[in-house]
Design a protein around this ligand. Structure first.
Ligand code: EPU
Length: 415
């Protein structure tokens, strides 16, 4: 659990770690080659550890040291990814495409039920089926077979980040050309494309939602540096916006959080960008906002919960509409226990502020909700105890240490 003594202002600088959601598919792409890889700037978070364990189970020789993963999969021991390894992370689905492409077989444990809503994977399966794979779901496993995948012209029925990544990776070893339309455009996909190109894959992406891949074989190993984590960066930028705070976030990519910076400015918070450093001056008076989550470049669903906490301190009524997931407002119940006034109607949360928050025991339901609750604890009076804090460590590297560096009183205790 995480114990926070609230009410201490945050001052100073904090550095951004590598992006979890870029590193995950990049580690999965190592399956496409039998060569050695060095992937730098990998965040040491639980979801990455799970991915490494799953790859080791498949035959990877891996070493993870101070952000550098050295990894090689000379041969595949088994095509099965068991539930006991991947239960806590949905990223196991990312192994399906590359495993099928490399070996012609895959048996991947179904991604577990996720507390943020019905997270489907039908586009992944449909795309791989069109590439010639026979896929069935059996005994909680996705089981696939494909002697050789072949290129397709596929239009995603909806925008999917890991769906785009899965088909993109599979297409690199498929026979002939694949054209993927309606792709997600998140920066993590751009980073995956740059890793795959470095391996020798022929990929053309013109910055729109169409990606063309000329399939081949014999992909090389490379050294690659993972992009900074825009969601972690956004979380600290939001933290900086509360009254009395003054936080500089260093080492991130300001272009990846343009929409957040605009939202913060619109709410009266002063944000200064200087190269890769962004300084946020907490505002005494925060204005209410209307925010709607969208695929990139829209407002990220992964910052919705943290923004909700900020808007509990805005003067008047704010509205947040969640368009990506159908059950991603569970943090609002816990924030309500702390004194926030939030009412959720379907896909929209209405927040009335400002309301002082008071510390109490609260329960983290998912990764980003736990970050939102920590932000609540930092501004609350008295002590906040966040239970189920393992959720936080799935995706935030050294968060308590980083916040302590800014002056927060926060520590981790055994639950
Ligand atoms: N969807 C389908 N069918 C599919 C795939 C998706 O209907 O085959 C729907 C989903 O149910 C959802 C929407 O499409 O309503 C978007 O889902 P998407 O596939 O884009 O989500 P994801 O790839 O499973 C990634 C991130 C999430 C992030 C979302 C949206 C990774 C490993 N995960 O998930 O990150 O919220 O994109 O940006 O990249 C997090 O880091 O906290 C996190 C949840």
């Amino acid at each position: 659990m995480i114990r926070i003594q609230g009410g201490r202002p945050l001052h100073g600088s904090v550095a951004v770690s590598g992006a979890k959601n870029a590193a995950l598919p990049e580690l999965a792409s190592v399956l496409l080659s039998d060569r050695s890889f060095k992937i730098r700037n990998v965040p040491d978070v639980a979801d990455i550890r799970v991915m490494l364990r799953a790859l080791e189970g498949l035959g990877a020789e891996a070493d993870f040291n101070e952000g550098d993963v050295e990894i090689r999969i000379p041969g595949i021991n088994t095509c099965s990814v068991p539930p006991e390894i991947v239960r806590t992370s949905r990223a196991s689905i990312l192994l399906l495409g590359p495993l099928l492409a490399r070996t012609g077989e895959a048996r991947v444990s179904l991604p577990g039920g996720c507390p943020i809503g019905d997270r489907k994977f039908d586009f992944h399966l449909e795309g791989l089926r069109r590439m010639g794979a026979r896929i069935r779901v059996e005994d909680d496993f996705i089981v696939g077979r494909a002697p050789r995948l072949r290129g397709i012209d596929y239009t995603f029925p909806g925008v999917s980040v890991t769906g785009t990544e899965n088909l993109l990776m599979a297409a690199c070893l498929a026979e002939g050309e694949t054209i993927l339309r309606g792709c997600a455009r998140e920066p993590e996909i751009g980073d995956l494309i740059s890793l795959l190109r470095g391996m020798g894959a022929q990929i053309v992406s013109e910055g729109n939602d169409v990606i063309r891949v000329q399939g081949g074989s014999g992909l090389a190993g490379i050294t690659h540096r993972v992009i900074p984590d825009r969601i972690e960066m956004g979380t600290y930028l939001i933290a900086g916006g509360f009254p009395g705070n003054d936080v500089t976030v260093e080492g991130g990519d300001p272009d990846a959080v343009t929409i957040l910076i605009s939202a913060l400015r619109e709410s009266g918070i002063r944000v200064e960008s200087n190269g890769n450093a962004i300084r946020v001056h907490g505002a005494d008076r925060i204005l209410p906002l209307n925010v709607e989550t969208e695929p990139f470049p829209g407002f990220p669903t992964d910052l919705q919960a943290q923004m909700t906490t900020l808007l509990t301190q805005a003067e008047g009524e704010s509205r947040i509409k969640e368009n990506i997931f159908d059950n991603r407002f569970q943090h609002t119940v816990e924030l309500g226990r702390m004194g926030a006034s939030i009412c959720v109607d379907g896909d929209t949360a209405c927040i009335n502020g400002p309301t002082p928050l008071r510390g109490c025991p609260i329960h983290a339901t998912d990764l980003r909700a736990s970050a939102a609750l920590v932000l609540g604890g930092l501004i609350a009076s008295g002590e906040t105890v966040v239970r189920n804090a393992d959720q936080l460590f799935r995706g935030y590297e050294n968060l308590p240490e980083k916040l302590r560096g800014l002056g927060a009183q926060i520590r981790v205790e055994k639950e």
